[in-house]
Design a protein around this ligand. Structure first.
Ligand code: PXL
Length: 249
């Protein structure tokens, strides 16, 4: 059981590739990783971003695909339109099952893109995607709808849902997530007071991907990911996630 994360490197271990690999591992899936950017950051600030060339991202991905029977990919921080186009082409060429965390803004408010990427994500990536997992700000960018309530989020989910299945996450909206896969559902959650929230979006989308790899359907995978992130927030340390724990199913 194997998956690829195509994402950025957060040396603080909270978000990005390190988080994804820890999440895959915690759920029993072998993690491989294609790095799109290096960042210098901690949970409170992004001090710098150095991008990897689109050609070298392609080389990393092709080299993994040449030797590993990977069917599932998740994307995180893709950073540029060129990278988005590349990944979209590769997903189609290699018939990969794709989960997209449409990373655009860090929880500290810093931009994680080289420009406005919402349009390219919608045009190139989402049509080839099993599930996208925007937080509220990202869902606003993808839908063009300001989200102040569960009703607003349902409208945004329906709009994004015209392109692919979507779950709007993020722990606001009374802890609920809004899921659209043909019809809209409010998945009730709890609000947990915690400082361990850096990287929750990465953990969530990686946990969905790992669950799909393990053969769970989309609804089951969403439930597992919700449970995983809740436990990670409760048991986390250092403002990060992913204490190893036994998932009882
Ligand atoms: O949580 C979004 C995110 C994703 N990927 C990387 C990040 C962040 C937020 O800081 O740094 C690499």
């Amino acid at each position: 059981m194997i998956a690829i994360s195509i994402a950025g490197y957060d040396p603080s271990g909270g978000a990005g590739i390190l988080n994804d690999i820890k999440t895959f591992h915690a759920l029993g899936v072998y993690g491989t990783a294609v790095i799109t950017v290096l960042t210098a950051q901690n949970p409170n600030k992004i001090a710098g971003i150095e991008s990897v060339s689109t050609d070298f991202i392609e080389k990393q991905l092709e080299t993994i695909l040449e030797d590993y029977p990977v069917k599932h990919v998740k994307t995180g921080m893709l950073y540029s339109k060129e990278n988005i186009k590349l990944i979209s082409d590769k997903v189609v060429d290699h018939k990969l099952k794709l989960v997209v965390d449409p990373v655009m803004i860090a929880s500290c408010g810093a931009s994680l893109t080289s420009g406005n990427l919402a349009k390219s994500i919608k045009k190139y990536l989402l049509p080839n995607t099993i599930l996208t997992t925007p937080n509220i700000e990202e869902a606003e960018k993808l839908s063009g709808i300001n989200i102040h309530s569960i009703d607003d989020a349902m409208k945004a989910a329906e709009k994004i849902g015209k392109i692919c299945n979507v779950i709007i996450t993020g722990g606001h909206l009374n802890g609920s997530n809004i899921f659209f896969n043909g019809s809209v559902k409010v998945i009730k959650g709890d609000i947990i007071e915690s400082e361990n929230i850096h990287g929750t979006g990465c953990s969530y989308s990686a946990a969905v991907t790992a669950s799909l790899v393990k053969g769970y359907n989309l609804l089951q995978s969403i439930e597992i990911a919700g449970e995983f992130v809740k436990n990670s927030v409760i048991n986390g340390e250092w403002g990060t996630l992913n204490q190893l724990y036994e998932l009882k199913l």
